[in-house]
Design a binder for this molecule. Structure first.
Ligand code: CP3
Length: 335
């Protein structure tokens, strides 16, 4: 569906471990509130999900950072929480508070979720992908994305961002088969959602596992394997059958040294690293396994000036010799 030129972008070459003329770059949350043009457009929209489900607006917002900074990749403008919304869970975005969901806590709550309506509900997102694939420059890679089952489940069970993840951790301990059913449902919905993004023109996929760190402190390698690695491995395996040319980059934020198991056991082509992960460890342990992506501190980006130049140089010197995509360790801060 896409032209050969697109598959030779700097970004996709880096995903395939091929040499690039220079280091590719994009940044997480490159579209969003730090951009005045985003804030202006956002003022005219009642709620955030409406923005995600209106292709005219979502296309425009995805393109804003590309026009300004000519990133090597454009990421679809949407959110990881469109999946619970599509499953029929109540999802709201409150200003200065982040997302708030009606918490899923029991078999009865689970039974209300319907994976059958996901693709239909998310049709506007696919329309956005299709239009972006046409509108972005040929050398710019279009990244589709979803949250990983674990991270989406954290929001679904906790009802908000993870905090200490107490509720979901209790569920995992007390009734793992119940939580497994939620994870299985999310694997199914996520594969369908991502394969459809690929079919409509997404050239690479990022899987955000923003709450993977719940198994790092205290360290719980068995929990990490079951709830983070295993669902990710299943998604990557099924996508490898349905859209083999589309590389998947995983972002197990906060995983610490468990990132090594993640890189070897999930089958992902690239791994996103947070700013806490030591550069020499990334170069020595992860770069021989797959492409690495990261990991400049988003705080340093706000600071600017000499600290920003020094830190950028430090990251490049450590990682640009191997397969590497420059990024932040987490999303751009609104300030
Ligand atoms: O350029 C891009 O990356 C834009 C697309 C995008 C958004 N969210 C838009 C958004 C992507 C890739 C995401 C991913 C996302 N969403 C993650 C994984 C990455 C990470 O940050 O760890 C997570 C955990 C979410 C869930 C989410 N959505 C939260 C916690 C919040 C509120 C926090 C905040 O920053 O306000 C959102 C809302 C959200 N998603 C906004 C944007 C631009 C701000 C909402 C607004 O404009 O009112």
């Amino acid at each position: 569906m896409t032209s050969p030129a697109l598959h030779n972008s700097r970004f996709l070459k880096a995903c395939r471990l091929e040499p690039t003329d220079t280091t590719p770059i994009w940044i997480m949350r490159q579209a969003g509130r730090y951009l005045p043009e985003y804030r202006k457009l956002r003022e005219g929209v009642k709620n955030f999900l409406e923005l995600c489900y209106t292709p005219d607006l979502a296309v425009e917002v995805s393109l804003q950072p590309i026009r300004r900074y000519h990133m090597d990749a454009a990421i679809l403008f949407s959110d990881i929480l469109v999946i619970p919304d599509a499953l029929g869970q109540k999802v709201e975005f409150h200003e200065n508070e982040g997302p708030v969901l009606a918490s899923v806590q029991s078999e009865t709550d689970l039974k209300r979720l319907d994976a059958g309506r996901v693709l239909d509900h998310l049709r506007p997102v696919f329309e956005t992908v299709r239009r972006l694939a046409r509108e972005i420059p040929a050398e710019t890679t279009l990244i589709g994305f979803a949250g990983s089952p674990w991270t989406v489940a954290v929001y679904m069970v906790e009802g908000r961002g993870g905090g200490d993840c107490r509720r979901i951790m209790d569920w995992a301990r007390q009734e793992p088969d119940g939580l497994q059913r939620l994870i299985d449902l999310l694997v199914e919905a996520t594969v369908a959602y991502l394969a459809e993004q690929a079919r409509n023109g997404a050239e690479a996929i990022q899987l955000f596992d923003s709450w993977a760190g719940a198994f790092a402190k205290p360290r719980n390698a068995a929990g990490f394997r079951r709830w983070v690695i295993e669902p990710t491995r299943r998604i990557v395996g099924q996508l490898a059958v349905r859209c083999p040319e589309v590389p998947v980059i995983g972002f197990p934020r906060g995983a610490g040294d468990l990132a090594r198991d993640y890189a070897t056991a999930t089958g992902i082509r690239g791994i996103g690293l947070d700013s806490e992960t030591p550069l020499d460890w990334i170069a020595k342990i992860l770069q021989p396994i797959c492409t690495v992506q990261g990991n400049l501190s988003n705080r340093v980006l706000v600071e600017g000036g000499e600290p920003l130049e020094n830190e950028t140089t430090r990251v490049l010197e450590a990682l640009a010799g191997g397969p590497f995509i420059f990024n932040l360790g987490h999303g751009v801060l609104p300030e």
